[in-house]
Ligand binder design. Structure first.
Ligand code: AMP
Length: 397
C-alpha cells in the first residue's frame, strides 16, 4: 500500500483530501471533531518532513453553490488550535486566491480551501475541475475514508494528475487495514450485528456477510420487516412491505449456509414516536395496532449478548433502536456493553461501522473500549460488500 511513509515531503506541497465533514450546531460550533482529529497524524508527518499542506474537503450537502452555513471557515479556528499552526484559508477552492495562497505557502504552513461541493463539478467527478485543484499541489494524498466510495473530482479523478506522486494518508491506511481484517481474515466465531432503519440499505451487505459470518444478529427498525414477513403483528413499526419477500429469502439463505441468524424475540413498544411516549415490553410479532417498536427488549438483549461475548470477531453497523431518545436507548447501550465485554474479556476484534453506530458508541463514551471505530459509514459498507472503492482504486492504479 502506497502510504505517506514512502514519501519525503521536504519542500513539497501536499494536496490532501480530508474528510472534515463534521457536525456543527446552530452557532457553528463543532459537536464532534473525531474526523478532524483522525487526519492530524498525516498532516503532522508532512509538516515534520518540512513540507506544506493544502487541505481540501466537503462539508454538508450544499446545492452546488456557496452557502454560508456550509463554509469550512467555521472550522478554521479549531483546526489551527489542533495543529498549533495558524491555518490560512482560501474562500474559493479554485481560482486566483487559492492559486496565489498555495504558491506562497512555505514549509510548515497549512492552507484550508473552501468547501469543494460549492462546485457541482466536485460530485460530478469533472476532470477539468479536478485538474484545477491538482495545479495547487506537488503531491496528492487521500486521507478521506468517509468519501472513498465516491468517484468525485477530489477523491478519485484528481489522482490521474499525479501518476507517480499519490499516496494514502495514515487514516485511510488504518481504515483499510481494519476493514480488510474483517473482510478476509476474521477469527471465528465471527458475529455481525446489523441494525438501523432500513433493510433496503443493507441488503447487499447482509448477503455478502452471509458468506462469511457464523452469527448474524439483526435488530433496529429493519427487524420489524422480518417479523411481519414471518407472519407477526408489528403495529405501526417501521415496515418496508416490498422487502418482506427478500427477508424470507435471506432467512432461507442463512439456513442453507449454516449461519445462525438471530432476530429480536421481544421488543419495547411505544404509543407514539416520542421519548415521553407510554412504553411496554411485548414479544416480537405481538405488537398491538397503533403501537410501534422502538427498541429491542431485555430477552433479546440477553440472547444477543451471549453470542456477542463468545465471538472472536465483531462487526457492528446500525443501532438496535431509536438510541437518540433516552427512553429507547437501552437495547443499543446493552449491545455496546456486550461488544466491549467481548473485546476485553474474550480478546475479540471489534469494528464499529461509522454513521449511527459510531454516534451511539460515542454517546455512551465507549470509543476507546472497542478495537476500532470507523470514520466511514457508506464507505465501510461498500468495502464490506466487496466493492472496489474509487478513492482507493485511484491511488492503487
Ligand atoms: P441507519 O442510518 O439505517 O443505520 O439507521 C439509523 C437510524 O435508525 C437511527 O436514527 C435510529 O433512530 C433509527 N432506528 C433504529 N431503530 C428504529 C426503530 N425501531 N424505529 C424507528 N427508527 C429506528
Amino acid at each position: 500500500m502506497k502510504t505517506v511513509d514512502q514519501c519525503d515531503f521536504k519542500d513539497k506541497k501536499a494536496l490532501i483530501r480530508v474528510d472534515f465533514n463534521v457536525p456543527l450546531d446552530k452557532d457553528f460550533t463543532i459537536t464532534d471533531d473525531k474526523r478532524m482529529r483522525a487526519a492530524l497524524p498525516t498532516i503532522t508527518k508532512i509538516l515534520n518532513d518540512g513540507g506544506s499542506v493544502i487541505l481540501m474537503s466537503h462539508l454538508g450537502r450544499p446545492k452546488g453553490g456557496p452557502e454560508e452555513k456550509y463554509s469550512l471557515k467555521h472550522i478554521l479556528a479549531d483546526l489551527s488550535k489542533m495543529l498549533n499552526v495558524e491555518v490560512q484559508f482560501a474562500d474559493d477552492c479554485i481560482g486566483a486566491q487559492a492559486t496565489d495562497k498555495a504558491k506562497d505557502l512555505k514549509a510548515g504552513q497549512v492552507l484550508l480551501l473552501e468547501n469543494l461541493r460549492f462546485y457541482k463539478e466536485e460530485e460530478k467527478g469533472d476532470k477539468e475541475f479536478a485538474g484545477k485543484l491538482a495545479k495547487l499541489g506537488d503531491v496528492y494524498v487521500n486521507d478521506a475514508f468517509g468519501t472513498a466510495h465516491r468517484a468525485h473530482a477530489s477523491t478519485s479523478i484528481i489522482a490521474q494528475f499525479f501518476p507517480a506522486e499519490k499516496y494514502f494518508g495514515y487514516l485511510m491506511a488504518e481504515e483499510l487495514k481494519n476493514a480488510e481484517k474483517i473482510n478476509n481474515n476474521a477469527d471465528k466465531p465471527f458475529t455481525a450485528i446489523m441494525g438501523g432503519a432500513k433493510v433496503s440499505d443493507k441488503i447487499l451487505l447482509i448477503e455478502s456477510l452471509l458468506e462469511k459470518v457464523d452469527n448474524l444478529i439483526i435488530g433496529g427498525g429493519m427487524a420489524y420487516t422480518f417479523a411481519k414477513a414471518q407472519g407477526g403483528e408489528i403495529g405501526t413499526s417501521l415496515l418496508e412491505a416490498d422487502r418482506m419477500e427478500l427477508c424470507l429469502e435471506l432467512l432461507e439463505k442463512a439456513k442453507a449456509k449454516g449461519v445462525n441468524l438471530l432476530l429480536p424475540v421481544d421488543t419495547v413498544i411505544a404509543d407514539k414516536f416520542d421519548n415521553e411516549a407510554e412504553k411496554k415490553n411485548v414479544d416480537a410479532g405481538q405488537i398491538p395496532a397503533d403501537w410501534m417498536g422502538l427498541d429491542i427488549g431485555p430477552k433479546s438483549v440477553a440472547l444477543f449478548a451471549e453470542v456477542i461475548k463468545n465471538s472472536k470477531t465483531l462487526l457492528w453497523n446500525g443501532p438496535m433502536g431509536v438510541f437518540e431518545m433516552a427512553n429507547f436507548e437501552q437495547g443499543t447501550r446493552a449491545i455496546a456493553d456486550a461488544v466491549v465485554a467481548g473485546t476485553k474479556e474474550n480478546d475479540a476484534f471489534s469494528l464499529i461501522g461509522g454513521g449511527d453506530s459510531a454516534a451511539a458508541i460515542a454517546k455512551f463514551g465507549l470509543e476507546e473500549e472497542v478495537s476500532y471505530v470507523s470514520t466511514g459509514g457508506g464507505a465501510l459498507l461498500e468495502y464490506m460488500e466487496g466493492k472496489e472503492l474509487p478513492g482507493v482504486k485511484a491511488i492503487n492504479d
